[in-house]
Design a protein around this ligand. Structure first.
Ligand code: WTA
Length: 641
């Protein structure tokens, strides 16, 4: 192997980074030697950012599940691949060894085939955090079907849009899901989503909550019955479908600055190589460690760092069904104690919300197994960073602040635990192969300045890494205009950042109309569309404002047709509408009724002003002279909530 796989010193990081920039093909070719390929590549990389067209490990054949499962069987088939901790602490937990997980994945792969799923078909997965979710996802990959996992908090309407966009033909779901004190009727939501749908042929339903549901003859089948049938046939193994390195592995929908969510597409080969490489290096994973990533598999963090990264490394990945505050705010610490968790990877929002409960919930919990802590999804404020360091890590555990996106597939900027320097609230250095640049509004590169400690700009990347998105499903032009057209020959992240003299990056937040609420990406346009669906709403404008726990809160200015009604009730109605159209995660925290919105003469809403007012700024609103009716601003300021 030409490159040491695990970077074990700052010097080695610098050397690996240098080599990855000077000779990317040799570097990634070396990294890729560590996987099981059915056929090696003809060329490591071919690319241009204009179309864009990006091909990694061109001509290679592989199946990611062979790398996540089969290749570990000989050495540690009896080691736990997945530990499952249920929502209620008194329910029995479950453990799946690598051998067992492989068997289940093969059996469910056969179930999918029996139900007509073929290579390339899109399978939507809408389940709670149960082991069968991991099995279903990996089973798709096993047979070459494209999975599209949808987070269990999305509404029927959101699912319907995604099913249509992906032209999905199959769904795997559960009767319901347990989340804290709630019981979410997943199958009923799916039934609503399927009204008027013409593409779905089969719905496979896994039992979890035993909520009464309706099973449609010919369309709906039980997960357990189908599995039993395959078991009775004596099937315990199926061959993994040979996939082209560039074949799509999955679609994951995410919000952008325009109306509808985009189906981000990741390819089999590059995604596998990069999630494994980053898992091992960022967290400094050591064999047989227990890794607890608290994200939901419905988000990219769960895809990459509950499933593919840890499993391809042979780690034990902990799947937790519940929420951090149920039955009390000590739940994470109980889990760490119970399973001797070594790596804990969570979101700043979770840390901030647990901080609010004080130190009581930590008392008497043995956290000494922890070696590495991580955060993801949003900027972490220094206070939360220090709390995490002091009370969870007991100042013994490096904290990795990992910056990345659904589109990047894996972590792009982060310190390497205990290897490269950490700096509170800074994501610090790019990983090997990641070539960041900052640009100004016009697209000129921002260079370090003599005499100033930091420079700032819009965060872009000038060279592909293996797990960069390949397209947005069914609409390549949308991928080009969204990510590759703002600045020529650069991938634009949508984030702003600062860079220090040492080359460390600090992410300052989105510079487009995307909000980050509790680490979840929500487009302001999406929320506005949902609010506008309410029959009484004339128009609306949505902005973000700083929120102590969620990072950002959602502030909606709403022009309502009939202002004589009960405002409190109308507010509730609007929240209900947003829940129906998108899901509870997009509910505005504040709704202010206004008689008009500040607009330019050409009819454009001046969001800058609305953002400032929502942030509590009343004086320096900038230039308001281009407004059609400046009077509206005073009214909005007076009515601020
Ligand atoms: C934000 C989540 C600051 C950022 C993996 C990015 C962060 C968006 C960090 C992607 C971090 C993610 N520090 N901000 N460590 N990590 N972000 O697609 O704005 O759900 O563009 O992927 O989250 O969110 P997504």
């Amino acid at each position: 192997m030409s490159y040491p796989y695990q970077i074990t010193s700052y010097e080695a990081y610098k050397e690996a980074y240098k080599q990855s920039i000077e000779n990317p093909e040799q570097f990634w070719g070396g990294v890729a030697e560590n996987f099981t390929w059915k056929k090696k590549w003809d060329k490591v990389l071919e690319w241009n950012f204009t179309e864009p067209k990006i091909e990694w490990f061109k001509g290679a054949k592989l199946n990611i599940t062979e790398n996540c499962l089969d290749r570990h069987i000989e050495a540690h088939g009896n080691a736990p691949a997945i530990i499952w901790e249920p929502n209620a602490p008194d329910e029995k937990n479950r453990l799946l060894t690598y051998k067992k997980l492989l068997e289940k994945v093969c059996q469910f792969g056969q179930v999918l085939k029996n139900n007509g799923v073929k290579k390339g078909d899109r399978v939507c997965i809408y389940m709670g955090m149960v082991p069968e979710l991991a099995v279903a996802t990996l089973a798709c990959a096993r047979i070459g079907a494209i999975h599209s996992v949808i987070f269990g908090g999305f509404s029927a309407q959101s699912i319907a849009d995604r099913l249509y966009d992906a032209q999905a033909e199959f769904i795997v779901t559960c009767d319901g899901a347990f989340r804290g004190a709630k019981d979410i009727p997943l199958k009923n939501v799916i039934d609503d989503a399927l009204i008027g749908n013409h593409t779905i042929k089969k719905v496979i339903v896994c039992t979890r909550t035993r909520t009464p549901i309706s099973m449609l003859k010919g369309r709906d089948v039980w997960y357990e019955d189908e599995m039993k049938h395959v078991e009775e046939q004596g099937i315990t193994f199926i061959e993994a479908e040979p996939m082209d390195a560039e074949d799509p592995l999955f679609i994951l929908y995410t919000s952008g600055s325009t109306g509808k969510p985009k189906g981000v597409v990741h390819a089999c080969g590059g995604y596998m190589v990069y999630t494994n490489y980053t898992f091992i290096n960022v967290f400094q994973y050591q064999p047989s460690q227990v890794h607890f990533c608290t994200a939901d598999i419905g988000w990219i963090t769960g895809h990459s760092y509950i499933l593919y990264g840890p499993l391809s490394a042979g780690a034990t990945s902990l799947i937790f069904e519940g929420v951090p505050t149920y039955p009390n705010a000590g739940r994470f610490w109980d889990i760490v104690d119970k399973y001797k968790v070594n790596i804990l990877y969570t979101a700043p929002t979770a840390i901030r919300s647990l901080m609010g409960f004080g130190l009581g919930p930590l008392q008497g919990k043995d956290l000494s197994s922890l070696k590495v802590l991580g955060t993801v999804g949003e900027p972490i404020n220094e206070e939360a960073w220090h709390w995490y360091d002091e009370y969870v890590g007991k100042k013994q555990c490096p904290i990795v602040d990992t910056w990345w996106q659904t589109e990047t597939g894996g972590i792009l900027i982060s310190n390497l635990a205990g290897i490269t320097p950490a700096k509170p609230s800074w994501a610090t250095l790019p990983l090997p192969g990641v070539q960041m640049v900052l640009v100004d509004e016009k697209g000129n590169e921002v260079l370090d300045e003599e005499g100033s400690d930091t420079v700032g700009g819009n965060l872009c990347i000038k060279f592909p890494w293996p797990s960069i998105l390949r397209t947005t499903y069914g609409d390549h032009e949308r991928c080009r205009t969204n990510y590759f057209a703002t600045y020529p020959n650069l991938y634009f992240t949508g984030d702003g950042a600062l860079r220090s003299k040492e080359g460390f990056y600090r992410i300052t937040g989105r510079v487009d109309d995307v909000l980050n609420v509790s680490g979840h990406r929500i487009g302001t346009a999406e929320v506005e569309n949902a609010i506008n669906m309410h029959s009484g709403v004339v128009e609306s404008a949505v902005v973000g404002y700083p929120h102590d726990i969620k990072g950002q809160g959602i502030y909606a200015y709403v022009v309502f047709g009939n202002t004589h009604g009960d405002e409190t009730l109308t507010r509730k109605d609007i929240l209900q509408t947003v829940t129906r159209i998108i899901g509870p995660i997009a509910k505005p925290d504040k709704i202010q009724f206004v008689s008009g919105l500040p607009k330019t003469r050409s009819g454009k809403i001046m969001r800058r002003i609305l953002r400032k007012i929502a942030e509590g700024e009343t004086e320096n609103l900038g230039d308001t002279s281009t407004l059609l009716d400046p009077g509206v601003v005073d009214e909005i300021k007076r009515g601020k909530i």
